[in-house]
Design a protein around this ligand. Structure first.
Ligand SMILES: [Zn+2]
Length: 463
């Protein structure tokens, strides 16, 4: 019986090896193993992240720091020995935050922590003081009668939930995106929302938001969970709540920045490439370590780990997208510029979810390419990354415009996002939140994935 089990196990192993062997030679698998081991023993990704967040710091699109980051990225790519380094322009609506503060005036005076949402207009110097009207959700506000908030400050109290895959984020951002528009339609003079946040600390979370032509732009801010809890409790006392909001910002019209691109050239089909990367810009409050300095650093390191062992058949291209936070502007420019050559992209994955451990691998490719995907998945197993299914990949925000062109072979390396929204878009997104061990695993995963996709015998096809 023991012998039979052993034979079965062996034949199972032979089967898996033969599947892998069809796609990759033993020599290639040895190279993958070397790349993985080197990455797991290197501080390169963390060092790059430390350099970016220390020497440049916050990188709001269009600022001097943003320009510094563009130069920093080109210099870093060259220092790492990339074969080709270049920039491509992107434009976006430029906006600056100068000052912001808040106070609860009644029923008792208390400081209110807040931050302006991206693109918010200013208040007068003395601020706006008005009574608060609370809604639990954006839909409750939308359903409210005409003029329900006339002369008042609308407060949306919606709380996001914590989840490993960040599934609370999407529903919570609805209020952030259009809350100020809906509030203004009901006659409000200002908009406050509970931050899109899982944290119990008093850091407010900023983020992209919109105005609408024909609807008055009103000041829009987010407050941390403890402050939202406080207002919510005050509401239950049935007393009038008054708040003062002071925000000074400026709309600077069209801004310009650049996608920064570094490439390790392929040896057989250099025009075909695996695209990995992150976005170079960040919000202005923290130093953008998790969002998305980590994605920048670990993908820059990953391609270097590959080049150190073997240049693959196809190129590995690291794209550091511009102005993601203000609305995927660099990503849109990249998709437009490369639309006619979109089929040169043989695999794509973006890291933009912090740098906790990666736990899952997903693909969105033609069925004929699944054997290659399974072979890659097998080489991610030693990093504790499970293959969680074919053809359900979301592959990162900056890849959305490329995906919309159709046929993109998209991949997701899912990062554990349980704690991500404790820090996301706050002053607390700083280097100390990144674990040097975890970012090693991330860089190793991207290196394994990008090398195998670039060096496979057959070209991966999108669907
Ligand atoms: Zn991001």
């Amino acid at each position: 019986m023991k012998k039979l089990l052993c034979t079965l196990a062996l034949s199972g192993l032979t089967f898996i090896n033969s599947v892998t062997a069809q796609e990759f030679t033993l020599k290639q698998i040895e190279q993958v193993s070397k790349i993985r081991t080197n990455a797991l023993n290197s501080d390169l990704a963390y060092d790059i992240l430390s350099s970016l967040t220390t020497e440049v710091g916050p990188r709001l699109p269009g600022t001097t720091n943003d320009a510094l980051a563009v130069q920093w990225a080109q210099d870093k790519f060259k220092e790492l020995g990339y074969d080709k380094v270049w920039i491509e322009p992107a434009t976006f609506p430029s906006w600056r935050r100068y000052s912001e503060s808040g106070t609860i005036i009644a029923p008792s005076q208390q400081p209110l922590h807040l931050t302006a949402l991206g693109g918010s207009v200013s208040t007068p110097e003395e601020g706006i003081t008005a009574e608060v009207i609370q809604f639990e959700t954006l839909d409750e506000l939308i359903a409210a009668p005409e003029n329900a908030a006339k002369g008042k400050i609308v407060f949306i109290n919606y709380k996001m939930n914590r989840h490993i895959d960040g599934n609370g984020y999407g529903p919570a951002t609805r209020a952030r995106r259009t809350g100020a528009i809906e509030a203004a339609k009901k006659g409000a003079v200002a908009f406050i929302m509970r931050s899109v946040s899982t944290s119990h600390h008093r850091f407010a979370h900023t983020g992209a938001s919109q105005y609408k032509d024909g609807v008055k732009p009103i000041v829009k801010v987010a407050i941390p969970n403890p402050d939202a809890d406080q207002i919510s409790r005050l509401t239950t006392l049935n007393k009038t709540i008054k708040i003062n909001i002071k925000v000074q910002t400026k709309d600077l019209g069209e801004g310009k920045s650049f996608n920064v691109i570094g490439q390790i050239n392929g040896t057989q089909n250099p025009e075909q490439y695996v695209l990995i990367g992150g976005h170079l810009d960040s919000w202005d409050l923290g130093t953008g370590a998790l969002d998305d300095g980590a994605g920048v650093a670990l993908t820059m390191a990953a391609a270097k780990f590959i080049a150190d062992v073997k240049r693959p058949k196809r190129s590995v291209r690291v794209v550091l997208f511009a102005a993601e936070e203000l609305g995927l502007w660099g990503a849109k420019a990249y998709a437009k510029a490369h639309a006619t050559n979109k089929h040169n992209i043989v695999a794509a994955a973006e890291s933009d979810f912090g740098a906790d451990f990666i736990y899952g691998f997903q693909s969105s490719v033609e069925a004929s390419s699944l054997p290659i995907v399974r072979a890659i998945a097998k080489q991610l197993l030693p990093l504790n990354i499970a293959y969680i299914g074919a053809n359900r990949s979301s592959s990162g925000p900056d890849l959305i415009p490329l995906r919309n062109l159709g046929g993109l072979p998209g991949f997701s390396l899912h990062t554990d996002g349980t704690d991500y929204f404790d820090y996301h878009h706050t002053a607390d997104d700083t280097l100390d939140k990144v674990d040097p061990k975890k970012i090693q695993q991330n860089a190793a995963a991207y290196a394994v994935f990008a090398f195998m996709a670039a060096d496979a015998k057959k070209t991966i096809k999108g669907k």
